[in-house]
Design a protein around this ligand. Structure first.
Ligand code: AMP
Ligand code: ZN
Length: 494
């Protein structure tokens, strides 16, 4: 069997992955808080853990992996959104949840086996908190329940920091109901206008961290294999999940139990800068899809950087990814008979070396291993056959002599032709033809400087001009259009 190695944040080492039960490999990933569209950073863990899920299914069998990812549907950000928009909370969370599933589906992410919503697990959370209080790991005060951080001696083990260092570095809230500023909220009171549930501490709602402990226990058991999320969650969220779960399951002394392997993806930036609304470089996945960037292209860009490294989203990478996928889709075949290439599997098994897997797939393309390429792409979550049938990956060709669409196998070059991808509007096609004609005119008149200047300007605008010679001896030319070419730029050349 393939050996998978994963970098475990808990030990800060790359380790051989050995599941508790190979018949049921269990993974929990922290999901979104549902009050708005997911930004492209939020999509990174989804794609990363989707690849891990696919790899685990490949190695252990599709029926032997359980993947759980939650929806946080009770949160102060949701309450604030409801208050400012005057909409019902349930309406906002239901709408946002569906948006999330649609957008992540467009990125080729499979749905996890279980997608629990926090509001469905309130009794389990209350029960866990009651147990923690009974055992002295938590206390109730003024309608709140709080976790007593100093009662868990391994607190900070995941981040490798002491409690005092963490207090110094974090914005911990001092509050009258806290014994210690570091203690965190398990339950808090709700006013009448806020969502609330009856509890032994009065009507209230859960703090954020307890939901993941309660839901993972219910769906995966007290101990499971992999826990994932973005590295911004390592502290405090994951530190707190560990403290709650280990203390609730009798592992307070040894710090064991709960998740054996912790995986954290690094953050995503845009064009070298932290994504932020004020910098104007904040994109949702939906924004990119609306701009016509295919989900597969977004996925490919994500996978070209190792999950443990910061990744930079750039328009250039997206354009390059599109070209690669078009090229691969052009040789796509049915691949049911073969499995993925072994070297691709090996690369992924080495702590999800997606870049190495892609590198190997370039080799498969070069050596015309079409079935292996198609099957390997599938393991990475790309259906090359379906890409081949999508508009953006379909070659467009148009020639002026009789307007016929060129097909493969034609053995002469037309006088003037336009090549591109997908459906090109008549305006774009006609402008491109006019540019070719003007260029040919300069050349016939031996106005070489003008001809070259036009060719260079066209290239800047995303149009490559080439000279051809037809069998009838007439000099011709072609224009190859990038799909991103804009009509305004083309018209400015005329
Ligand atoms: P949130 O809804 O903010 O809790 O985030 C959902 C997931 O997205 C978590 O796993 C975060 O760690 C992750 N995440 C948030 N921002 C980024 C980013 N810029 N890059 C990568 N992952 C992110
Ligand atoms: Zn969580």
């Amino acid at each position: 069997m393939t050996t998978i190695k994963l970098h475990n944040s808990k030990t800060r080492k790359k380790e051989v992955f050995s599941p508790i039960d190979p018949d049921n490999v269990r993974m929990y990933v922290c999901g979104p808080t549902v009050y708005d569209r997911a930004h492209i950073g939020n999509a990174r863990p989804v794609v990363v853990f989707d690849v891990l899920y696919r790899l685990l299914r490949h190695v252990y069998g599709p029926d032997h992996v359980t993947y759980v990812r939650n929806f946080t549907d009770v949160d102060d950000k949701i309450n604030a959104r409801a208050a400012e928009s005057g909409r019902e909370i349930g309406e906002i969370t239901a709408e946002t949840t569906q948006w999330y599933l649609d957008d992540m589906g467009a990125l080729g992410a499979m749905e996890p086996n279980e997608m629990p919503r926090a509001t469905q697990y309130i009794p389990q959370m209350i029960e866990m908190i009651e147990g923690l209080i009974a055992d002295g790991f938590a206390y109730a005060k003024d309608g709140h329940a709080l976790f007593r951080v100093r009662a868990y001696k391994h607190y900070g083990a995941l981040s490798g920091r002491s409690v005092d260092d963490m207090i110094a570095g974090a914005r911990v809230e001092v509050a009258p109901y806290k014994e210690d500023p570091m203690d965190f909220v398990l339950w808090k009171p709700s006013t009448d206008d806020l969502p609330g549930w009856d509890s032994p501490w009065g009507r209230g709602r859960p703090g954020w961290h307890i939901e993941c402990s309660a839901m993972s226990k219910d769906l995966l058991g007290e101990s499971f294999d992999i826990h994932g999320g973005g590295n911004d969650l390592q502290f405090p969220h994951h530190e707190n999940e560990i403290a709650q779960s280990c203390c609730a399951s009798g592992h307070a002394e040894d710090g064991g139990g709960f998740a054996n392997y912790w995986l954290h993806n690094e953050m995503l930036q845009v064009e070298g800068k932290k994504m932020s609304k004020s910098l104007g470089n904040f994109f949702t996945v939906h924004d990119l899809l609306e701009q016509g960037i295919p989900g597969e292209v977004i996925r490919f860009v994500f996978l070209s950087t190792h999950y443990g490294k910061p990744m930079d989203w750039t328009a250039k990478k997206a354009a390059e990814a599109k070209e690669v996928l078009r090229k691969w889709a052009g040789v796509a075949v049915e691949s049911e008979r073969v499995g993925p290439d072994e070297e691709v599997v090996d690369a992924l098994s080495d702590d999800l070396n997606t870049w190495g897997a892609i590198d190997r797939m370039h080799e498969l393309f070069e050596s015309d291993e079409r079935e292996l390429l198609s099957a390997s792409a599938k393991l990475l979550g790309f259906d090359l056959l379906s890409i081949a049938s999508s508009n953006w990956a379909k070659p467009f060709a148009f020639e002026t002599e009789d307007g016929r669409f060129l097909e493969e196998g034609i053995d002469y070059l037309p006088t003037v032709a336009v090549f591109g991808w997908g459906t090109i509007s008549d305006d774009v096609r006609d402008s491109a033809l006019a540019i070719v004609h003007r260029w040919l005119k300069h050349r016939r008149e031996k106005a070489w400087a003008e001809a070259d200047a036009l060719r260079d300007a066209a290239l800047q605008a995303g149009v490559e001009l080439r000279a051809t010679r037809s069998p009838n001896g007439v000099n011709g030319g072609t224009a190859s259009l990038l799909s991103e070419v804009s009509i305004a730029k083309l018209e400015s050349l005329l």
